[in-house]
Design a protein around this ligand. Structure first.
Ligand code: UDX
Length: 444
């Protein structure tokens, strides 16, 4: 099939490359000519494993090309995936001007019948809005073509985006039109055949809600286990074993029960806000999700409290953050808890050093006053304490001896529960983590 993907950011580029890998002819389009130019030269401006290779392979096979001209992308397309950004607005809702602009332009430029598929994470009612915008454009030109709207949310994780897209747990698509459903069936037939993944066929609002509810549920699990971790800290229980014991119940399952510094990234914080916002718009106070957000933000305060407990005050202390990105495997700093911690520590008069294998420069550019060091041991040398902020392999592979030999006093706040408490405590590290045995328990 001929497919256009509008917006070649993280979601769009992965979608384009993976659809091409399943045999479709895909044109990726973006208004930002510099991005398109970069892609023509083989440059991708974000870190995503396997993506550069897949893009190059599909371009070489003649199934993937790029343009900054929407008319070119639309020329042969039967289906257009909308993957433009939906940045948050001050009130918590997403900014939908880019989604609207694509709808309007497709309504204006389409030369053949086409299905417009929302892939950007959008509030559950965007499909109806989009339909209105397109109808107006089609009215203007006398309805010589048909543009149907569909929703096909993505569930890809940064750092695993290619694998998640090529082998998804499920494919969800919603549309009210039989013709559009047929088009989406044909788009996904190769993937469904190849993987055996189930498809959920539904209407547009239900597909949109599946996306909202899935991300909200995952965020809720993380906040749930983080709140449990705080209680574990207070009663001397081990949250990792609690999570393991819970997860063995098939109804609960083991995933997304890793206590730590809370969720960050471009999706969960924004999507939780957007779902709260959407619920409020229809007269529902989603207090559960407001609490999820409050617990998540509170995890950073838990870390600061642990630091203050050990260091008494933070003024003139040197604190090293091991990890900048919001999780390993990505250079994304959006809503990274390390940003918040660095700013809070600087505000309390500490010197903040940071190490990260991929996001160091961007972090230093974002937080004025941090000292960026590209070697974890150097970053820790003679520091007063270290906080494990991202569980990179480069960080996990450090030994207790590395902390004992480099820090001025071996205080480690493991905000990601990346190390084994007994190994660290037995070696003599003043070790604290989130909801597990700590140096203070040993002392008592
Ligand atoms: C997420 C969803 O997983 C994906 O389906 C959706 O499409 C986009 O949002 P992503 O933001 O890439 O993907 O990251 P993910 O791997 O889900 O982790 C999100 C955050 O939660 C990270 O900060 C991670 O450290 C944290 N997390 C995850 C926990 O704190 N505990 C866990 O058990 C799992």
């Amino acid at each position: 099939m001929h497919v256009a993907v509008v917006g070649v950011g993280h979601v769009g580029l992965v979608t384009a490359a993976c659809l091409a890998a399943d045999g479709h002819h895909v044109v990726g389009m973006d208004d930002d000519a510099s991005k398109i130019e970069g892609l023509h030269e083989g440059r991708i401006w974000f870190h995503e494993p396997d993506l550069p290779e897949l893009v190059a392979e599909q371009e070489a096979a003649g199934r993937l090309s790029f343009t900054d001209d929407l008319a070119v992308a639309l020329k042969e397309a039967e289906v257009v995936f909308v993957c433009v950004g939906t940045p948050p607005l001050p009130g918590g809702g997403p900014n939908l001007r880019y989604v609207e602009a694509v709808g309007r332009k497709v309504g204006e430029l389409a030369e053949r019948d086409v299905v417009l598929v929302e892939k950007s994470t959008v509030p559950a009612n965007t499909g109806a809005r989009l339909r209105g915008v397109i109808e107006r454009e089609l009215d203007r030109r006398g309805h010589d073509v048909t543009v149907h709207v569909a929703s096909n949310p993505e569930f890809l994780r940064e750092g695993q985006a290619v694998a998640d897209t090529l082998r998804p747990d499920r494919v969800v698509y919603g549309t009210e039109h039989e013709d559009a459903r047929d088009v989406l069936r044909r788009v996904y037939a190769p993937l469904l055949e190849r993987t055996g993944a189930p498809a959920v066929e539904t209407d547009v609002p239900t597909a949109e809600l599946i996306k909202h509810a899935s991300n909200a549920m995952l965020a809720t699990r993380i906040s749930f286990i983080n709140q449990v971790a705080r209680v574990c800290d207070a009663v001397g229980a081990d949250v990792a074993v609690v999570a393991e014991g819970m997860g063995l119940d098939e109804r609960i399952g083991p995933k997304f029960l890793q206590a730590g510094l809370g969720y960050g990234g471009s999706c969960f914080p924004k999507d939780v806000d957007a779902f709260i916002h959407l619920a409020r718009q229809v007269g529902e106070d989603f207090l559960l999700l407001e609490e999820v957000r409050r617990i998540n933000e509170g995890q950073r305060e838990v870390v600061l409290r642990k630091l203050r407990d050990e260091l008494w005050h933070l003024e003139a202390k040197v604190v090293t953050l091991l990890g900048a990105a919001f999780k390993p495997g990505t250079d994304d700093l959006r809503e990274a808890p390390a940003l918040y911690l660095a700013r809070a520590l600087l505000a309390e008069g500490a010197t903040v050093r940071v190490y990260d294998p991929v996001a160091l420069e961007a972090f230093a550019a974002e937080v004025e006053g941090v000292v960026a060091i590209d070697d974890p041991l150097e970053a820790m040398r003679d520091a007063d304490a270290v906080v494990i902020t991202t569980e990179w392999d480069e960080v996990r592979s450090l030994s207790p001896g590395d902390f004992l030999e480099t820090l001025s006093y071996p205080i480690v706040i493991d905000a990601r529960n990346a190390f084994d408490p007994d190994t660290m405590l037995d070696a003599g590290v003043r070790y604290h983590s989130m909801g597990r045995r700590s140096a203070s328990d040993r002392a008592s």
